[in-house]
Design a protein around this ligand. Sequence first.
Ligand code: BGC
Ligand code: BGC
Length: 844
Amino acid sequence: MKFARIAKLLCAAGSGLALAACATVETRGPNPQVADGDAMDAPREAGVANPEIWPAYEYPVEVPAAEQARIDSLLARMTLEEKVGQLVQADLCCVSPEDAKAYNLGSILVGGNSGPYGDDLAPAPEWLKAADDFYNASIDTSDGGVGIPIVWGVDAVHGHSNIIGATIFPHNIGLGAMRDPELIERIGAITAREIRATGQEWTFAPTVAVPQDFRWGRAYEGYSSDPQLVASYVGAMVRGLQGGPDNWNMLAGDKVIASTKHFLADGGTDNGVDQGDSSISEEELRDIHGLPYGPAISEGVSTVMVSFSSWQGKKMTGNKSLVTDVLKDRMDFEGFVVSDWNAHGQVAGCTNDSCPQALLAGIDMYMAPDTWKAIYTDTLAKALSGEIPMERIDEAVAAILRVKARLGLFEAGAPSTRPLSGEFELLGAPAHREVAREAVRKSLVLLKNDGILPIAPGGRLLVAGEGADDIARQSGGWTLSWQGTGHDNSQFPGATSLFAGLKSAVESGGGSAVHSPDGSFEQRPDAAVVVFGEKPYAEFQGDRATLMLDADLTGPYATMERLKAQGIPVVAVMITGRPLYVNPALNRADAFVVAWLPGSEGAGLADVVVAGADGAPRYDFTGKLPTAWPATGSLDDGALFDFGYGLTYASPATAWETLAELDMAEAGDSRTWFANGVPAASWSLLVNDEGEIDQTRITTVPAGALGGRMRVTAANYIVQEGARRFEIASGDANVVLHNFDAVDLSREAAGDVMLLVTMQVTDPADSFALAVQGGGTQAIIPLDIPATAGFVRYGIPLRCLAGAGVDMSQLTTIMLQTSGATDYALAEVRVGNDAETVLACPAG
Ligand code: BGC
Ligand code: BGC
């Protein structure tokens, strides 16, 4: 259609400013900017989108006639079993090449914690070897099948970040500070080349979240809180990874397929809760979170991953109005849609093993890491019974085959035979690292400079802080492993820590540098850099209740104060995935640099903060805040620095007015782990059965679980919906509060403190127990409690748990175990002294 083509040209011209023009407006729908009036008069159903108010785009990928003929012919020859297999993606944790062959699986992935041959840290050649194993199995037609080649997806979200030795780029939040789409495209291209060296074809990137609440632990995966800024990067990243929309046969060159994720409003959940609910209006959903999908579609992105989260109470994975009516029909997305890691199990009425709802809503491929066999079997049965219409199966398979054809998968041959395969020297190649280093330089944001920067290179530099010489720390989550924890510098060959970069810069100017984590020194330094900030985290574990740096990470403030008291100029460098209240550091340091999560090329910091031999800066600061910086633990109290703030060497020296500092004790951790129906930051609410065969994370209610045996709804306690009600029809059931980061209660256990569980039992179970786990040991406390008219706060002394062998320094799990039909509600779990009924210590 003509109009759309003109708009596309404007789009291709590409600056952020031209973005509005990328949203082409079809004659069949009103202009999104002016449509609100009419369409909105009709009453709206919660969680159901009105496609006509969304912008229309045009998917630019033309399928050549010969490719279409190939797809049609394959579809005509495939059995139903083969078709269903294409719709399923399994994780390497739980699938073998023989399985892939027997079930004709469409795809495999490695999640953050898996890798080839059971080794999350497998060396690059093993990745390529595994790619061949699966490919060869998938094309084996000895069983009479058509042998569709399998596609392998990885989370190459900041470089090929699962692979030892790969170039690790700054996480997206840092890239957002650069305002440089051209560099984004180069980063995409390099990432694609490194992926190709190890034989994969698909990255689950870019994340195009537009985080609105940085308490969300995945906020750093988004470029910015500003939709325009995010949108200005998306097309460039997709082009860098995939090539242009007309790039057919990507595998003949150096490209891979991309996935914009997570559709939609992953960054818009209330209170920034991971996988939570976004209660915003449809206009906000469209204008904030929907915006980046325009340039992605206009650039021909091959896949879209659907968010775990929900909108207005409805899980995205089951939301047909958004996935089919908006994304596919209105926005014309013609690649395929993949769900997130067992996200289908969270859709109302679904379990991890069965969810026709997702396919019917428009999901084309189930990411069913460990549940693929059950999903395959169930989908096949539902297709046979007619519950899933054949047309829907065919449509999904066709979408997947189209993407495989565009990728060039049918011609490519075994992964090891393709261009770039096995060229492991591409991983962390000097030219790639140079680009990452440029990105680090451009992403640094200078918040304060009392005139002490740049650092003169000839002097003695002290570098303090635990994180100064720690590449895992400066790389953050989704690096080598899921949460990015537990790694040391030896696992980053060729990388440069912030300290190593500083050291080499001052040494080349004739000076010297030492790293002293606690800031102590023997020879008085001329200047000090104190590196501080967050430790790596990813999903769930990164969620926080406030925008405060964790109290146990604030030790370097005292180091800054001590150094300053001795007259030593202090430069604070913050490693962080998000803006946080850090007024004490801003006050104490003479200069303050936000480094975000810079990745493997720490030398980019020194490039900017250490002067050249002539004393002049070698590079200026160009980074600007990609989101507002808070003055307290909440942006509701106003921003200290606005979006877009960032000093340069040309800025006049800051006349610093001491900032107010909060009483950290007051701001401190409340030790409430479950309240108001939701788990506190870093805790998850799960339900499972014995053996954890069927496990569901409860994020929104109402929810079904345990294959329909359990119903979870809201109940009132003090406030409306202040509790969760669990109605269990039969059998064994566990309601679990789990924390991946063990909690240390050893101090409290030595004192007179109790674990407090507030609940109301309306229909007692056959048996009811409280199980507490810590350090691999579990204590079980029988709960012989009657039905009560109201809620009761039960307390179990922590010392009883310690006495039963639970390691109280590593508490991870609190579980309510029932068997038989029961109905109870849980209002609160915390530690304290104010029990209404004290339970007896477990015997023994
Ligand atoms: C994450 C996705 C990721 C997938 C595979 C999910 O839990 O939400 O972003 O791509 O896992 O690792
Ligand atoms: C996987 C991640 C995934 C997560 C989802 C982890 O075990 O390694 O890739 O995103 O589970 O819960």
